[in-house]
Design a protein around this ligand. Structure first.
Ligand code: ZN
Ligand code: ZN
Length: 121
């Protein structure tokens, strides 16, 4: 099994995003001890669209499913730490219109909204 699929399996088992350090801690017992190994696996999974990096948490989470060309929105609960991925075609369309108008080249945009989930508010 490749390091990337080991990391993917671990992220699938957790219901919260994990930092590279947390991933390293989980995988040290099976002999993965180099942070560069973790980062390389994470980069590979991100470029395949299998996971997302939540920049504001500096953590990674599994993608909800293939959504080529649709920008994901993450609702991040500050109380329970729950992170939910949503897809919104209209939002994506509007961002694309904006980018066309301004000539901005967005690389893989992700929206991160912090607040409280339904269970916590
Ligand atoms: Zn996704
Ligand atoms: Zn919550």
């Amino acid at each position: 099994m490749s390091n990337a699929s080991i990391v993917l399996d671990l992220l699938k088992k957790k219901d919260k995003p994990l930092t590279a350090y947390e991933i390293l801690e989980e995988l040290t017992p099976i002999g993965i001890t180099a942070p560069t190994t973790i980062y390389r696996a994470l980069d590979k999974l991100v470029s395949k669209g299998l996971i997302h990096k939540i920049g504001s948490l500096n953590a990674w989470t599994v993608c909800c499913g293939p959504h080529k060309n649709i920008i994901p929105i993450f609702e991040i609960c500050k109380t329970c730490g729950n992170v939910t991925e949503h897809l919104d075609k209209n939002l994506t369309k509007n961002i694309n219109i904006l980018s066309r108008r301004t000539g901005f080249m967005a690389d893989d945009p992700i929206f991160e909204i912090h607040g409280q989930c339904q269970q916590c508010n």
